[in-house]
Design a protein around this ligand. Structure first.
Ligand code: XIL
Length: 355
């Protein structure tokens, strides 16, 4: 590991209270040994961020945190700000886990994407199992958004206010919120979030909207109409959970651009590129090429503010638990060593920074 990086990793660990002495050992003699530039720094040179999601159980892994804090200049809490975690019982709020991630971000000068206020998954049992009238649910939603967004007021770069609101065909997803409140819950949620934290950028976020198609068209129509009604909306997040077997979304750049042309920010918010296991050199090379293409697509669109990978190492990827037989989706392997994808992202960022 080059000296400056080793020193900064050690400093990160020290700042995180994880080591008391500068004891970081030069561990990696990989392809990057003569290159101590980080993805975060290269992205910053283009006025963007390159971030990684993280999760609270990972905070006991010092080597992992060393890289998280030194390589990336933005982070997203993978689970800590979801409804089940922040309001586990009705009216009882818990910010312990979110604060832990935010604290790490602040100590390492990373910006913080907050995820997420309104989503149909990972809701607490009291909400999933309850029966509520529209008035009751509207009050519950308002209180949740207001309390959580106020707690983080002034401290987060952006909020994913509503996550995954549409079906693949562009119709509204049938969630407790849509069913009970109708489509207006989205505008309400955005307005309440703006009231609670006027400086956070407010996003809608979804998967399978990277390419132009019925689902991204639905977002395009929705944000246009929200804008026309002066509903506060600042950005659209394209999750970017890609899979080699489905092909690269060729219209990504064009799609990002059409949203940007509406005057919105756009971001790649949960990037990972999975494959059927076992990984081999050919698949990893294709994966590297896709990571570079996504990076270049973002760099080509001025309003594309940054890219976040959905954690940076295969050690902590959510993929194997959810997609059977798939994995190896991230730019670092399970031993925290950079893969070809890492080098491809770095080279794509670097070539843009030079222009
Ligand atoms: C995932 C987390 O990474 C997992 O730890 C959790 O078990 C399930 O959720 N889209 C999203 C994210 O918006 O919140 C999801 O995160 C991945 C898909």
């Amino acid at each position: 590991m080059p000296h400056r990086l080793a020193a900064s990793v050690a400093a990160s660990l020290a700042a995180a209270g994880l080591v008391t002495a500068m004891a970081a050992t030069p561990a990696s003699a990989g392809p990057d040994r003569h290159d101590d530039t980080t993805l975060g720094r290269l992205a910053a040179d283009t006025h963007r961020y390159f971030g990684s999601a993280t999760d609270n159980p990972e905070f006991s892994d010092a080597a992992y945190l060393g890289i998280l804090g030194s390589e990336f200049n933005s982070t997203t809490a993978g689970n800590a700000l979801k409804w089940y975690a922040t309001e586990p019982q009705q009216g009882v709020f818990d910010f312990t886990q979110g604060d832990q991630v935010l604290d790490f971000a602040r100590r390492h000068h990373m910006s913080f994407r907050a995820h997420t206020l309104v989503w149909h998954n990972q809701l607490p049992d009291w909400l999933n199992n309850g029966t509520f009238t529209a008035d009751q649910l509207r009050a519950i939603l308002k209180k949740h958004i207001t309390t959580v967004a106020r707690h983080y007021k002034g401290k987060v770069y952006s909020w994913d206010v509503v996550n995954e609101a549409f079906n693949e065909d562009g119709t509204y997803r049938d969630t407790i919120f849509y069913r009970t409140l109708g489509p207006g819950y989205i505008a309400d949620a955005l307005r309440w979030a703006r009231e609670a934290d006027p400086h956070a950028k407010l996003y809608l976020n979804d998967y399978n909207i990277e390419a132009i198609g019925p689902k991204s068209d639905a977002y395009y129509a929705l944000v246009k109409s929200l804008r026309a009604q002066h509903v506060p909306i600042d950005g659209v997040g394209f999750q970017g959970h890609l899979a080699l077997q489905y092909g690269y979304p060729d219209t990504l750049q064009q799609n990002l651009r059409r949203f940007a042309d509406l005057g919105l920010d756009v971001a790649i918010t949960e990037l990972d590129i999975r494959m059927y296991l076992p990984a081999d050199a050919t698949k990893l090379a294709t994966q590297a090429d896709w990571y570079a293409r996504v990076t270049k697509a973002c760099l080509a669109v001025r309003r594309c503010v940054g890219i976040t990978v959905w954690d940076y190492t295969d050690k902590y990827s959510w993929i194997p638990a959810v997609f059977q037989g798939e994995g190896a989706a991230l730019p670092y392997d399970e031993n925290l060593q950079p893969k070809p994808a890492y080098t491809a992202i770095r080279d794509a960022l670097r070539s843009a920074g030079r222009h």
